[in-house]
Design a protein around this ligand. Structure first.
Ligand SMILES: [Zn+2]
Ligand SMILES: [Zn+2]
Length: 256
């Protein structure tokens, strides 16, 4: 527990609560997918997920909005084609992130949280724009497949993100292994149809620039477009309590 050794007891409890809530929320979402929409098992898991959301809403101690239970419930609605209901769960999380980012110099952790939340929300265009921005920021230009092959690649050509598990990226060869005898620890073959594939960067972009539909724009312009697309505003989301830990701490807890 060295990661949290400097935290106050109250904050540590907050971290543990959010980790537990996120694990549960992901388990409930996966249960609904595995049981199949409309089955009693799926309905039971959705009810549990909704209850968890009501218990934990307005709770963002880690600035890791992609992992709050409400975002998992948003995914449930999105994967069932209930776009309006889904947006109502994604909007507060996105609002929180853009509020934290401000207009300039976002940290890598903030950009990762935004990318993962947008991946949950199925906003593929903006997920790819953020992935390409981190390509440009990367100092060594290496991408590591988190599938069985563990290979490093110079170009992230067709690497995929699972929007449900968010555990890192998989190369195309490892994606093909899903459904075979080789399975990853947590991700499921049922998730493959939701994977978001990141195409190679089609042209050089300036550091900090964003490439959208082949056109480079600056980050502030892109962020304003995102705010318009998601109807985000300048007002504080209720009960936002961003704490001192970042998303990397959250991952440490998540993979432990
Ligand atoms: Zn691989
Ligand atoms: Zn998955």
């Amino acid at each position: 527990m060295d990661t949290y050794s400097s935290s106050s007891e109250g904050t540590l409890i907050g971290v543990i609560r959010q980790l537990a809530s996120s694990h549960l929320a992901q388990a409930f979402l996966c249960n609904t997918l595995e049981a199949g929409a409309g089955t009693p098992e799926a309905e039971e898991s959705v009810t549990k997920l909704e209850r968890l959301v009501h218990q934990s809403e307005s709770y963002y101690p880690l600035r890791s909005c992609a992992f709050v239970p409400a975002v998992y419930l948003g995914m449930y609605h999105r994967l069932r084609g209930q776009e309006e209901q889904a947006r109502a769960f994604f909007q507060p999380a996105l609002q929180q992130i853009v509020q934290t980012i401000g207009d300039n110099n976002p940290s890598n952790e903030e950009l990762s949280d935004l990318k993962y939340t947008l991946a949950r929300a199925g906003d593929i265009k903006n997920v790819i724009a953020l992935a390409h921005r981190s390509d440009e920021d990367s100092s060594d230009g290496k991408y590591i497949c988190c599938g069985p092959c563990k290979r490093k690649a110079l170009i992230r050509d067709g690497f995929s993100i699972c929007p449900i598990c968010i555990e890192g990226e998989l190369c195309p060869d490892c994606v093909k292994l899903f459904g075979s005898a080789i399975q990853r620890k947590r991700c499921h073959s049922q998730h493959v149809k939701y994977f978001i594939s990141i195409p190679p960067l089609s042209k050089e972009i300036n550091t900090g620039g964003m490439l959208v539909d082949g056109v480079e724009i600056d980050f502030e312009t892109w962020l304003n477009q995102l705010k318009n697309e998601w109807v985000l505003n300048a007002h504080n989301p209720p009960g936002s309590t961003a704490g001192q830990f970042g998303i990397s701490n959250f991952f440490l807890g998540f993979v432990a």
